[in-house]
Design a binder for this molecule. Structure first.
Ligand code: HEC
Ligand code: HEC
Ligand code: HEC
Ligand code: HEC
Ligand code: HEC
Ligand code: HEC
Length: 323
């Protein structure tokens, strides 16, 4: 199983190099057009920027979601990674086998969230053969959204977070930066002052066959540092040992599940949540969970807000606690 996964990863990587021969492929880090150090006479800025006739902030030739989707969307062929549908292709130009992307997807995802198995820290969440519409996703259209928990512990008044115009470029640096998945050490508008750099991998494995296995074997820093990274925006969601029984002093985020662990099958943000979007479905009680400020969570046409969770209802709890 492991060997197959690695082989497929290698195939994806090789295919990426075929597709992007135009770009540098000696990439020890980064990938596609997103490779740092573009050089003194680079042509590449013109792929995305216009000097006088830009149509979106940061001098972009088109708004960001659409710009990224020209290659990473449903009909783009410029990348094998279709993050809208949650699908990674094994061959060049959207050919070959369809596999499930690690991050889930923004419109559809391939998480078989209804059929987890195993517990006691080992388990499996299989993948679906075809996409199911997502019930939650990070927004990527630059609309203003509440980054829950942003900011320090506040014991004097209820503070819920900060409005952020979230987009792909909030989290990823499209210019390349040598970090895992070109993640920005300090996401745009996070307000963080300390950056979290996650070391890159040379074996680019973007797909998974088991959504419970969240580590990236060739990038150990991913699972080690991802909670700290997510907490650059969701500051007060990062909680240590005994935080479930010891008050943080915060008016809103008072008692919290531990999230600051650093390895596979332990409570890290990415163990319970995917990064992009999930198709998990929520039942009576899970669907009724309000947002931290008491407002109702917004339902999608596919069902109530699943909060990027990897398993239906509160299935994630049972993977570790089996009550
Ligand atoms: C001209 C096509 C194109 C555009 C536009 C584009 N990408 Fe990419 N991107 C690629 C290619 C090619 C790869 C390498 C994987 C592959 O071969 O499919 C890639 C890889 C990535 C990766 C993985 C990088 C790594 O280090 O492994 C991320 C993340 C990414 N793109 C984000 C973005 C974001 C965000 C935008 C919009 C700002 C964007 N891309 C726009 C073509 C594109
Ligand atoms: C694949 C698309 C892409 C390419 C290629 C690209 N950019 Fe960008 N650039 C973006 C996006 C998207 C943003 C906005 C990021 C955000 O949302 O915060 C941006 C932002 C910027 C910014 C301001 C914010 C920052 O990150 O510093 C500068 C300056 C910039 N680009 C310069 C360049 C130059 C110079 C080149 C060529 C060497 C280039 N870009 C190539 C997509 C691209
Ligand atoms: C809230 C932060 C965030 C936003 C917004 C975001 N990403 Fe990501 N992205 C991540 C993280 C974290 C990962 C690594 C996920 C993993 O390996 O489990 C990732 C992974 C990826 C990958 C690798 C494939 C995969 O599914 O793991 C690509 C390609 C990518 N992102 C492109 C994009 C594009 C294009 C957009 C906008 C349409 C976007 N991302 C928006 C955080 C973000
Ligand atoms: C750049 C800031 C930023 C980063 C980094 C970030 N988020 Fe978010 N997150 C937001 C914002 C803004 C929202 C509000 C919902 C939206 O995007 O529409 C949100 C919402 C969420 C939600 C609730 C989604 C829902 O359906 O209500 C979850 C869960 C979440 N984030 C988890 C994560 C995890 C896990 C990571 C790290 C992989 C992460 N976030 C990184 C800004 C961020
Ligand atoms: C043990 C599993 C687990 C871990 C670990 C975890 N979450 Fe969650 N998260 C959930 C569940 C379940 C919900 C649904 C709301 C609830 O039950 O309070 C949720 C909801 C959220 C929300 C939506 C707002 C809200 O509170 O309802 C955000 C944002 C979020 N999580 C971010 C994070 C971040 C950032 C981390 C890491 C620092 C993290 N989560 C770690 C299980 C987890
Ligand atoms: C990845 C494994 C994992 C998942 C998933 C998980 N937990 Fe936990 N849980 C732990 C660990 C480990 C601790 C001990 C944390 C510490 O060191 O304080 C813990 C502690 C707790 C505690 C405090 C117990 C005590 O005696 O202090 C409660 C309550 C709890 N979890 C409930 C939940 C619920 C509810 C969910 C689903 C939303 C959940 N857990 C998901 C691993 C997990």
């Amino acid at each position: 199983m492991q060997a197959i996964r690695m082989m497929r990863g290698a195939a994806v990587f090789a295919a990426a190099c075929v597709v992007s021969l135009y770009f540098s492929c000696d990439a020890a880090a980064d990938n596609g057009p997103h490779i740092m150090g573009m050089g003194a006479t680079t042509d590449r800025c013109a792929m995305c920027h216009r000097a006088h006739t830009a149509q979106a902030p940061y001098l972009l030739k088109q708004p960001e979601e659409a710009l990224c989707y020209t290659c990473h969307g449903t009909s783009g062929t410029g990348s094998n990674l279709d993050v809208a549908d949650g699908v990674g292709y094994s061959g060049a130009g959207r050919t070959g086998a369809k596999m499930a992307l690690r991050g889930g997807g923004f419109k559809y995802a391939l998480i078989d969230s209804a059929h987890p198995s195993g517990n006691g820290y080992v388990g499996e969440i299989p993948t679906l053969a075809s996409g199911a519409a997502v019930t939650s996703a990070h927004s990527v259209d630059s609309s203003s959204q509440m980054a829950w928990g942003n900011g320090p512990i506040n014991g004097s008044e209820a503070s819920y977070g900060k409005q952020v115009a979230l987009r792909c470029g909030s989290c990823h640096d499209p210019h390349g930066n040598g970090n895992y998945r070109i993640l920005r050490p300090i996401p745009q508008e996070s307000g963080a002052t300390t950056g979290v750099s996650i070391g890159d991998t040379t074996a680019k494995v973007y797909t998974t066959e088991n959504y419970w296995e969240v580590e990236d074997e060739s990038a150990p820093e991913f699972v080690e540092k991802i909670s700290s990274w997510c907490a650059t925006c969701h500051t007060r969601y990062l909680a240590g040992h005994n935080s479930a029984t010891t008050s943080s002093g915060d008016k809103v985020f008072t008692y919290r599940h531990r999230t600051n662990e650093t390895s596979q099958s332990t409570p890290t943000c990415i163990q319970c949540h995917v990064a992009h979007g999930s198709n998990a479905s929520m039942g009576t009680y899970s669907a009724a969970i309000a947002n931290p400020d008491g407002s109702s969570a917004v339902s999608t046409p596919a069902g109530p807000d699943s909060r990027l969770l990897r398993i239906d209802n509160m299935g994630v709890c049972q993977m570790c606690h089996n009550k």
